[in-house]
Design a protein around this ligand. Sequence first.
Ligand SMILES: Nc1ncnc2c1ncn2[C@@H]1O[C@H](COP(=O)(O)OP(=O)(O)OP(=O)(O)O)[C@@H](O)[C@H]1O
Ligand SMILES: [Mg+2]
Length: 495
Amino acid sequence: MASPAISFQNVSKVFPGVRALDDVSFTIEHGEVHALLGENGAGKSTLLNILHGVYAQYEGSVLIEDIRVSFASPSQAIQAGVAKVHQEINLVPELTVAQNIAMGHEPRKHGLIDYPKMHQDTGAILTKMGCHFSPSAQVKTLSTGEMQMIGIAKALYHNASIISFDEPTTALTNKETEHLFQIIRELKQKGITIIYVSHKLDEIFLIADRATILRDGRLIGTYRIADINKEQLIRSMVGRDVSSYAVRLAPACVQEEELLRVENLRASVFDDISFSLHKGEILGFAGLVGSGRTDIMRAIFGADPIHSGKLYLHGKIAHIRRPEQALAHGIGLLPENRKSQGFVRLMNNADNMGLASLKRFTKWLLINHRKKRENCLHYMDEMGLTPRNPDYLVSDLSGGNQQKVVLAKWLSTGADILIFDEPTKGIDVGAKAEIYRLMESLVAQGKGIIMVSSELPEIIGMSDRVIVMHEGRIAAVLPRAELNEEIILKYAMGE
Ligand SMILES: Nc1ncnc2c1ncn2[C@@H]1O[C@H](COP(=O)(O)OP(=O)(O)OP(=O)(O)O)[C@@H](O)[C@H]1O
Ligand SMILES: [Mg+2]
């Protein structure tokens, strides 16, 4: 029998206070798409980081083609043909596509970079991948999906035999996702081994051959996708049954009173936006990626300027030009791009959560640290945040748990208008259900929630009303009773 492409043998990794991986052993075959699944903090990214040489210190061994490897850095891994395409794409926006793909390994002629060859080589890869942008385009002019393609092109440029993807589709449109899957299937046909991490289980059933499940750093098992269904997969990940989660369990509680009214809001990317949000309402914002939803939310929050339009809060006109003013008016925004806008990396959990509500924790200019910690523990329990430690640095949390910290930060302010931009992006199934229940309890307390989401099941399952955007304008306002995928997509595509 041929040796496996990768074999993890008794791999353990300990961070201060956390055993991120505990004696994990499994193998990945040549040319398979192997999914790596588990809840937030289960250890998926840590395992990939070990494979790619981000962490050189760990117990156990990693074998590639039966040979023990231990890369000292990601660039060493790439040279050995082990590449990664990660969600946070490390590209230099000012450089061209070709420069980014070839970086560090540019073709040379008489000691100088051979630009014509570099463009030819990288162009050939892009053409094969079905990408329609030029190798001489500046990276900053590309869409997120196109940037993702550069990550893959880079792997191919280095003749990678193993490519890992860590939540690659979170920022992609449906079309870009389809294109990505098409490419992954082609890579697989070439015999390239793929490791695929995602919280979107539907994707797993579309492209994976097998799935390995981790829970709390331990291996639960490896399953053939053909032999397992979604419920079984979820049960192994979470350790219990999670009932269909994107549904309202509590009764609707929309009240007459208007919390927020927007009239004729206009900026460069959207036009003529008018709508209102009621007390106790979950108002969904659907639309394709790039339809202006995030821009509108940032404008309401005072993070981006508007050309014209009016904003009313509790019936009174309000002038919000900066986020601090929005905050003072009781508006909280959970941004789509949490990593750059949501938290301070080198601050601990308790401080991050208290960041937007310092007033509550300050008396006579003194910060009441005990109260801040209590607030932190309260939300840690409410959202199942792990590890349950207020002193943990947010930069050391898993992606999904970082997200919960940002959410807790806004909830701590007691804001009564909450804008959630893609609230469950990167969040595991169990935590998703917890966030939906939290949203229900917030509206039951009389708060209003605007939820921007690209996940149609969540828009349909959770919203009292849905606004569908198309190219910067409101294409439709749909009541709950009329919601279904076809009608939302129809308006979102501008039909
Ligand atoms: N650099 C670090 N320092 C300290 N602890 C860390 C570090 N990186 C990860 N951890 C911890 O190790 C555990 C596993 O984290 P990891 O990022 O691997 O989870 P994950 O499965 O990728 O989760 P997610 O789905 O949320 O991305 C978590 O408890 C996390 O807080
Ligand atoms: Mg991760």
